[in-house]
Ligand binder design. Structure first.
Ligand code: NZQ
Ligand code: ZN
Length: 387
């Protein structure tokens, strides 16, 4: 296990009716709020009205930035910064999924940046501070509610990039699993795949001796696999939604990655798919993952895949090692398929002609990953196999 520093500053308010604690938690930071939300799901399921009533009852003044799109755009960030500056906002409240939360985070950091906000996306070292961020989560997937990262898209340059700063970690996040009852099938499936991918990115590592992180990762994977299926079959199953929601937050809050060298190559490959084709993040990950696994499997990585197959999928440990690894990869593919996710990039509109350009962009900062380092040619090979 490697050395690490670990701190999660976000207060989690988890469970039914935790929205009752919204006003008192906002008031620790002031009474002028920018409410950030997406395309309208919170208006359809009543969460918006609940929050507006709470604001009215507690003398909280609010301004709104609605219409934040999946794969949130830098244009929305700029709009939000303008409102924060003009109205002297005290806290930004994101109500929605990862896209809304990420947009809010970069608005918060952009408030303190004198140049173009795209500069703090391309170079996180330029981030100095952020306005306080808080969230009401409505979709279990990205873990953005409990970490300091954000991913923003620039349509003009066809770039989708991650950034982050400790000051962007939400001050508090309200996690009421009933708020995810209305998440549609496709987003439930994509969210489950995203959660699993966050775990894979840190589980498949060359670091030795991180036993506790690895066993926690396997438990979270088994939880996501079990309850992802259940939530699809029964969208209003509280147990399923609650377990998925907490797994999403724990998967990418540093708990599993601290003390390990990590990978993040499937995410880097997927971000190019979203940048060029605006596809759903979790769907892109689910398509690429089994192909990445097949590509990464070799004599050096075999034992890790065996560990995965035996501990997560319950494959007989006495079988031939390669057989175990290949079965585990096949089970991963079958699982994503069982959630209704396509298995080929061409099924989500991706064309052969842009693969080379995407592979080049994915590796512009150098080779991807450590467990199985990927050059531009490797990335292109994986895209081609997945096409
Ligand atoms: O926009 P609305 O109308 O709210 O609808 C959304 C959107 O269409 C809908 N939705 C959300 N909650 C709902 C709901 N519909 C009905 N009922 C509800 N309760 O779901 C759709 C997708 O929402 P989005 O926020 O885009 O999904 P997700 O949470 O998967 O976020 C994806 C974004 O997060 C980034 C991704 O790259 C992508 O841009 N990521 C952020 C990370 C981070 N900050 O740590 C890490 C991740 O790896 C990821 O890259
Ligand atoms: Zn992700």
């Amino acid at each position: 296990m490697l050395n690490f520093n670990y701190s999660v500053p976000t207060k989690i308010l988890f469970g039914k009716h935790k929205i009752d604690l919204l006003a008192e938690n906002i008031k620790e930071y002031g009474s002028k709020v920018l409410l950030v939300y997406g395309g309208g799901s919170i208006k359809r399921n009543g969460i918006y009205d609940t929050i507006i009533d709470i604001f009215a009852e507690n003398n909280i003044s609010s301004w709104e930035l609605g219409g934040v799109k999946p794969n949130p755009r830098i244009a929305s960030v700029k709009e939000g910064i303008k409102i924060c500056k003009k109205q002297e906002i005290d806290l930004i409240l994101a109500v929605g999924g990862g896209s809304t939360i990420d947009c809010a985070k970069v608005i918060g950091a952009g408030f303190y940046h004198s140049g173009d906000p795209w500069e703090i996306v391309t170079d996180s070292r330029k981030i100095e501070d952020s306005l306080p961020i808080a969230t009401v989560l409505t979709l279990a997937a990205t873990g953005s509610e409990m970490n300091a990262g954000a991913v923003i898209t620039n349509l003009e340059t066809q770039e989708k990039l991650g950034t982050g700063h400790p000051s962007m970690a939400p001050k508090f996040s309200i996690l009421d699993p009933t708020y995810t009852f209305t998440v549609p099938e496709k987003q439930t499936a994509a969210g489950t795949a995203d959660i699993m991918s966050h775990i894979f990115e840190v589980y498949f590592s060359k670091t030795k001796g991180a036993y506790v992180q690895n066993r926690m990762a396997e438990s979270l994977l088994k939880t996501a696999i079990n309850y992802g299926t259940k939530a699809l079959a029964e969208p209003e199953n509280y147990e399923a939604r609650a377990n998925l929601m907490w797994t999403a937050s724990l998967a990418i809050n540093g708990l599993l990655s601290s003390g390990k060298e990590t990978e993040w190559s499937v995410h880097a490959m997927e971000h190019e798919l979203s940048a060029f084709y605006d596809i759903t993040h979790g769907i892109g990950l689910a398509i690429l993952t089994p192909y990445w696994m097949e590509y990464a499997l070799n004599d050096n990585t075999l034992d890790k895949f065996v560990e995965y197959g035996v501990n997560v999928w319950g494959i007989d440990a006495d079988k031939d090692k390669y057989k175990i690894a290949q079965t585990a990869i096949e089970k991963t593919r079958e699982y994503f398929s069982s959630l209704g996710i396509p298995t080929k990039l061409s099924e989500v509109g991706i064309e052969a002609e842009k693969l080379e350009k995407m592979a080049e962009q994915a590796t512009r900062r150098g080779e991807l990953g450590n467990f199985k380092p990927l050059s531009k040619e490797d990335v292109l090979n994986i895209y081609q196999k997945a096409l």
